[in-house]
Design a protein around this ligand. Structure first.
Ligand code: PBG
Ligand code: ZN
Length: 324
């Protein structure tokens, strides 16, 4: 169809028409709120590079989870900061670890809020890597058992879903087996399947105190230049039993989200990561752009690219906007 037979502006001329032909609709149903939890009482430590985000003691974590639930957000994902770290990340799979206690507290108060746990070792190891190390090499196969133990301990504490973010090979199968063996076959796995080695995680590592103490994560997280490899990673995790597939980060990887969406028939999640949040907040603070509008445009774009679910620090703000 060519002009003047086709006039794109006809269906843009008023709000009602625009609503009728809108292709992508963001909903509170799509949002997952990441939260950081620490020991203590009435702790609410602001995270400087992520305005509006905090390290929360469990009492405050429950309060924020309540706010999320009241706004219609279906799920939160928890990250823990342990009281101590060691080479084997033992506090990650301790029965009374920070995440295990946090899950219990949130589920007790809010049984209908889905509580997802991030499964990784980097916050818990003194070297800050996502697996255990042999010399200066992250030992893939030796890490699998500890990751599976971590996932299992989260399930035992009442986690509704576990989300391994370590990028070791074979961890989805290992975790699936461990859960199934102990009667947690009903607990789904959201796999950080295509997780890139990204500088956009900077603010998170400050928030979670999880920066590697030597080297970087390039030997396990993906090279930002690769998209076909994302298909291999996603396919592998799907075959190993993942229930939801994640692409991370989101904004610089919208093409990957789009390709993954075409490739698998599982729900696709995208992680709108800390650096993406920080950039918008910083520019807003400078008065350089309208933070709220850019937030909604960004989340809509991630959905339009093919994400069914979005993990985002904007979840509370976006839900308020969607409910208004
Ligand atoms: C740890 C983990 C990271 C994020 C989620 N889980 C950081 C990393 O891999 O260094 C990033 C989240 C964000 O930046 O918002 N495995
Ligand atoms: Zn990690």
């Amino acid at each position: 169809m060519l002009f003047p037979d086709y006039r794109g502006r006809r269906m843009r001329q008023n709000k009602a028409f625009r609503r009728m032909v809108r292709e992508t609709k963001l909903s509170t149903d799509d949002l997952i709120l990441p939260l950081f939890t620490v020991d203590g009482k009435n702790v609410k430590n602001p995270i400087p590079s992520m305005p509006g985000q905090y390290q929360l003691s469990i009492d405050n974590l429950v309060k924020t989870s309540q706010t999320a639930y009241d706004l219609g957000i279906p799920a939160v994902i928890l990250f823990g900061l342990p009281d101590k770290k060691d080479a084997l990340g033992t506090r990650a799979y301790a029965k009374n670890g920070i995440v295990q206690r946090a899950v219990k507290a949130v589920k007790e108060k809010l049984p209908d809020l889905a509580v997802i746990t991030d499964v990784c070792l980097c916050q818990y190891t003194d070297h800050g890597h996502c697996g255990i190390i042999d010399g200066h090499v992250v030992d893939n196969d030796a890490s699998l058992d500890l990751l599976a133990r971590t996932a299992l301990s989260h399930a035992r504490a009442g986690a509704d879903m576990v989300a391994p973010s370590d990028m070791m090979d074979g961890r989805i199968a290992e975790i699936r087996n461990a859960l199934d063996e102990k009667d947690f076959s009903h607990v789904p796995i959201m796999a950080y399947a295509a997780k890139y080695c990204s500088a956009y995680y900077g603010p998170f590592r400050e928030a979670a105190d999880s920066a590697p103490q030597f080297g970087d994560r390039r030997t396990y997280q993906m090279d930002p230049a690769n998209a076909l490899e994302a298909i291999r990673e996603v396919t592998m995790d799907a075959e190993e039993g993942a229930d939801i597939i994640m692409v991370k980060p989101a904004l610089a990887y919208l093409d990957v989200i789009c390709r993954v969406r075409d490739e698998v028939d599982l729900p696709v999640a995208a992680y709108n990561v800390s650096g993406e949040y920080a950039m918008i907040k910083a520019a807003e603070k400078m008065g350089w752009l309208d933070g709220k509008k850019v937030m909604m445009e960004t989340l809509t774009a991630i959905k339009r690219a093919g994400a069914d679910l979005i993990l985002t620090y904007f979840a509370l703000e976006a839900a308020r906007e969607l409910n208004s």
